[in-house]
Design a protein around this ligand. Sequence first.
Ligand code: NZQ
Ligand code: ZN
Length: 388
Amino acid sequence: MQKFTYCVPTEIIFGKDTERECGKMVKRHGGKKVLIVYGGGSVRHSGLLERVEHSLEEEGISYVECGGVTPNPRLSFAEMGVKKGIEEGVDFILAVGGGSTIDAAKAIAHGTANPGVSLWDIWTKKESLTKTLKVGAVLTISAAGSETSDSAVLTNEATGKKLGLGTELNRPVFAIMNPELTYTLPKYQIGCGIADIMMHTLERYFIPDQKNRMTDEIAEGLLRTVIDSGRMAMKRSDDYDAMSELMWCGSLSHNNLTGLGREKDFSVHKLGHALSARFDCAHGATLASVWGAWAWYVWERDIARFAHYAKQVWGIERDEISAAKEGIERTIAYFEEIGMPTSISGLGIGVLEDETLKELALDATMNDTVRLSLIRPLSAEDVLEIFR
Ligand code: NZQ
Ligand code: ZN
């Protein structure tokens, strides 16, 4: 086990009707004027936004709305939110929605606390970030884990780059997690969420240093839980138990718990981000579309690890080589079962020209300056093969 620090300060309020606690939570964190950030309208249609606002009013907290975050949130939206936050003199940012909304809220918090500083300079670390506003989250989709994670992802539409920012200042101060709020999700979004949750743990699992039993057991238990609950959720999106498991797994999968004591490796995410930046595809779908090709490209470098995964997660006990292969096949088949694409052509963006795939490979590897995947370091040429 390597050295690690584990600190997840986000207070979690989990269960039915918990959105009614929103006002009390904001008040406890000193918020007097709140910017409510939300997406394309699902929270207005479901009545959630109204309940959240009522809860703020009950505590005498004033608020202004900032709606319209798109999936794969854009830098320009966050900049607009920063302008509004500064003009309105808000002191707290409340995200009501999914990963895109929470990420936009985090960006707005950073920009509002640092007036006059370019948000993209903060994002690309040209400017160091030392302060931010407090962010709270009311989660409506189990997927990205942004409600407790130290990361946020923005797309700069001018440069076509989708980039994550990792900092402890990204952790929300509280996360309200009511699984009932996810009942209205379309099946495709539930599938995307399941793929993303699995991937946050898988990206921490296929790592060379493996003397880490406790972390492995947590990771494997989480993956089994997501796989089973995901099946139930795909049948009935109002299954409270299944949606609860997914929601809790979504947070635990990406707050670093499932990778403690070893490196992490977000190589499949880099490939997915290149696809989303270019074609605006749903995040989880991009990950499912490339994971299989990635696994077949790297598995022979650590057959024992893939066999262990097959045994612990899929219950496959055979000789190492055939178990490793079957574990990959079962994972791909599961993605198909939950309606996820398992190749780029399944993303609905047509068949891509080789020239386009080369550009995507260069984007994923920062013009071939970084190597992805610790298990088998991947150059732009390798990534191109995976995309092909
Ligand atoms: O915008 P609205 O109208 O709310 O609709 C959303 C959106 O269209 C809809 N939705 C959400 N909750 C709903 C609902 N529809 C009906 N009922 C509900 N209860 O679902 C669509 C997708 O929402 P989005 O927020 O984009 O989904 P997700 O949570 O998957 O977030 C994806 C974003 O998070 C980033 C991704 O790259 C992507 O930009 N990630 C953020 C991470 C982080 N901050 O730690 C880590 C992840 O790896 C990921 O990169
Ligand atoms: Zn992800």
